[in-house]
Design a protein around this ligand. Structure first.
Ligand code: F6R
Length: 619
């Protein structure tokens, strides 16, 4: 969603803030703004609609000096994207400037109360209400900024990560969080003096320091120019900051010669999977070791049921995980949309294991779902990519994907990372529960180890998809079909296409076609069928026949050497053979490439598709 950057130290803040906004642009991108206090004590606020580059153009002729500042890239929730609604928002006196990520749910009540007290508003945002409330308290109760923030936040219902500048305190940066992420970077400048960076995640910070503190819910931090950092919670209890060392590498945040992050991330998959498997899959011992499972062996052995909560692409990987865990470890698994689960009073037993799958680890619905499960006594396990993210910290145990930062808004390597991690999890539980024969277990371990090489093969053999993607740019609809493990792949293929090309697409279990959707098929309708020469091959051949009889155009994903489906298809993509359960890891690759090339042929912004955000920190 929105991205926050901040800095206080001895350097010029503006270049740090702008670079940070570019790094966070993947989170939200309908408008952006910066605010600095210069050496004369003047507070500037500069905003622009559109991309960060539009803000830069605006700032080119403005005074951008100052060694303290905050900045924001917005994904609109309250009020349309324009410069009035863009952040930073100022208080009525013009003394305070604030940026915010999250939603203040009771902002209407707070606004009416402030209006009754004579305050006026320029924007439609909940953020302006909060900054005005802080100033109102500061003036009415004659208190300093920290105390005003603390008192104001006690009146707030909702989620927030905020950073505030006070013109009267140019030596002080104040920030706070609840529900939305905020990371403080602690660095040393060339003179050896401490300086502080702020980010919605670590990407704007890593260039300057790898020492970070993840602010916890209901904590307020005050950073000053003399290197003092004080964290206090809403109940006024001082907190001891917990320093973490980031493992992230700056190269991972650059495009590395690719035209888009998405394409780079698609091609990174073989290596990303190798990193994910490293230390967890031992080929020498033909074994799987997941410390998150070993440390809580009993919870998994005794689990009555596993419930996986997730959203979007992560929900699709969870569905593949369900099929695998049920097959390998013989535990019933339910996969839930976190947004539905959290509001429907679900039955959760204390001997349930609830797994949250989330690339960002910040998805508001997934976080709320596990908080609910915790109240009901379940054991919580997190499968996240972003280290130190809220979900990773809210769960009792878990496994990181270790696939590197995913910047493209459409998830690719995180999806395959989640699938491979869920396969490792299934194998690790199966080992503890002894539900697989040694022979089957070893065969699966051996095959899993081959997957990164097979992914590389798949990429090399499908790199010319760009040459025919052009033909599909005119299409208004696509259907994606798969069976068994490949049904979730069909869902994922359809989601990828719609989110970056804006072409309508639906994924279906292939056999469900004849129960309705087949009515849509005519010569205009491309139907993508995942048809590996495995398990239900004959059945999917019949499904293809049904579509061909209605003149649908078949685009198939087939196993190398296949002739039957290949000859029935108008176009086909080839993948190497593997076990049924691992086919999704290969079959999804041509579908990712197809979406990418159709979208680029249509001139879409694939890394930052309209209306989408990478990290969905609001409901
Ligand atoms: C689609 C996509 C989204 C996310 C969803 C959940 O390409 O990326 O559907 O999968 O918003 O996000 P995480 O995994 O961060 O919880």
């Amino acid at each position: 969603m929105c991205g926050i950057v901040g800095y206080i130290g001895e350097q010029n803040a503006y270049p740090i803030l702008i670079k940070g906004l570019h790094r966070l642009e993947y989170r939200g991108y309908d408008s952006a703004g910066v605010s600095m206090i210069n050496s004369n004590g003047e507070l500037s606020v500069l905003k622009a609609t559109g991309k960060v580059s539009a803000l830069e153009e605006k700032c080119a002729t403005a005074d951008t000096s100052g060694t303290i500042g905050i900045a924001h890239t917005r994904w609109a929730t309250h009020g349309e994207p324009n410069t009035v609604n863009a952040h930073p928002h100022m208080s009525q006196s013009g003394n305070l400037a604030m940026v915010h990520n999250g939603i203040i749910e009771n902002y209407k009540t707070l606004r009416s109360e402030l209006e009754r007290n004579g305050m006026t508003f320029c924007s439609e945002t909940d953020t302006e209400v909060l900054v005005q409330l802080i100033e109102f308290i500061q003036i009415k109760q004659q208190c300093d900024l920290f105390t005003a923030v603390q008192r104001a936040l006690k009146n707030v219902v909702g989620a927030y990560a905020i950073a505030i500048l006070d013109k009267n305190r140019p030596d002080q940066l104040v920030c706070a969080r609840k529900g939305s992420p905020l990371v403080i970077g602690v660095g040393n400048n060339a003179n050896g003096h401490k300086e502080f960076y702020l980010g919605s995640d670590a990407t704007p910070i890593i260039e300057y320091t790898n020492q970070v503190i993840y602010l916890k819910d209901e904590e307020i931090a005050v950073m000053d120019r003399n290197g003092r950092l004080e964290i206090t919670n809403l109940s006024n209890v001082k907190q001891t900051p917990e320093m973490h060392t980031l493992q992230m590498n700056l190269d991972e945040l650059e495009k590395g010669g690719f035209p888009h992050f998405m394409l780079k991330e698609i091609w990174e998959q073989p290596n990303a999977m190798r990193t994910c498997l490293r230390g967890r899959l031992s080929i020498q011992d033909r074994d799987v070791l997941l410390s998150g499972i070993v440390d809580h062996r009993d919870k998994f052995i005794k689990a009555r049921r596993i419930i996986i909560c997730a959203c979007g692409t992560s929900w699709h990987s969870a569905l593949i995980g369900k099929y695998f865990i049920e097959e390998a470890a013989q535990i019933p698994v339910e996969v839930e949309y976190a947004s539905e689960f959290r509001y429907r009073n679900p039955v959760i037993f204390p001997d349930d294991v609830v797994i949250a799958v989330s690339q960002s680890g910040e998805t508001a619905d997934t976080l709320a779902a596990i908080q609910l499960a915790e109240q009901k006594g379940a054991f919580l396990y997190g499968i996240c990519n972003v280290i130190g993210s809220s979900i990773a910290r809210a769960t009792h145990s878990g496994t990181y994907l270790h696939v590197g930062p995913e910047i493209g808004v459409a998830s690719t390597k995180a999806f395959t990372g989640q699938v491979i991690t869920l396969c490792l999890l299934g194998l690790a539980i199966a080992k503890e529960k002894k539900t697989l024969s040694d022979q089957t277990f070893h065969m699966l371990v051996d095959e899993l180890e081959q997957i990164p090489d097979k992914m590389q093969w798949t990429l090399e053999h499908n790199k010319n998809i760009d040459q025919f993607a052009q033909m599909f740019t005119y299409c208004r609809n696509f259907l994606y079909l798969g069976r068994g493990y490949n049904y979730p792949v069909a869902l994922e293929g359809a989601l990828k296409l719609k989110e970056i090309s804006y072409i309508h697409a639906e994924g279906y279990p292939a056999a469900e076609m004849k129960h309705g959707p087949i009515a849509l098929v005519d010569e205009e309708m491309p139907v993508v069928v995942i048809a590996p020469k495995r398990g239900m091959y004959d059945k999917i051949v019949s499904n293809i026949q049904e579509i061909k009889s209605r003149k649908g155009k078949i685009i198939s994903v087939v196993t190398e050497g296949d002739t039957i489906v290949k000859n029935m298809s108008d176009y086909h993509f080839v993948i190497p053979d593997t076990r049924d359960c691992f086919v999704p890891l290969l079959a999804v690759i041509p579908l990712q490439l197809l979406s990418y090339y159709v979208a680029t042929a249509k001139g879409r912004n694939v890394d930052q598709p309209r209306n989408l955000a990478k990290s969905v920190t609001v409901e």
